[in-house]
Design a protein around this ligand. Structure first.
Ligand SMILES: [Zn+2]
Length: 139
């Protein structure tokens, strides 16, 4: 199922995010998978934060591009709210976020948009659409 959602965002914002994700993808450390990933988040203050995947010889310690972009945003200002994230892997193919990243990103804004390339079009969904029944700690 492919859902293309039209939002009130200016399309150029998505293109800028994808461009930044492509730039940071060049910095990926992915010697084991040979699958470099780049991610860029736009926050509510209009700043863009980017991250690439950083793999480790102990595979389980690998950190995804999406979570690296998010931690960069939080480190800049914990009050930032992520509005959208662009993720790039192989050119023109959607690079879906893993479950761990969706869970972590949802912590800060489950309504944020995930922007992916799909051929010449964009595939856009909210995080909630990916993981509607995620874990929440009710206190
Ligand atoms: Zn991930």
């Amino acid at each position: 199922m492919s859902i293309l959602i039209e939002r009130s965002f200016d399309k150029s914002i998505f293109q800028n995010l994808l461009l930044r994700a492509r730039e940071v993808q060049q910095q990926a450390y992915a010697p084991y998978s040979a699958f470099p990933v780049g991610a860029a988040i736009i926050a509510d203050n209009n700043e863009i934060f980017a991250g690439s995947n950083v793999e480790n010889s102990s595979y389980g310690l690998t950190i995804c591009a999406e979570r690296n972009a998010l931690t960069s945003m939080i480190a800049s200002d914990r009050k930032n709210i992520p509005l959208a994230i662009a993720i790039v892997g192989r050119p023109g193919e959607p690079c879906y976020p893993c479950g761990a990243c969706i869970q972590v990103l949802c912590e800060f804004n489950p309504s944020m948009l995930v922007v992916l390339e799909k051929g010449e079009t964009l595939e856009i969904r909210t995080l909630e659409e990916y993981l509607p029944f995620r874990f929440k700690l009710d206190r």
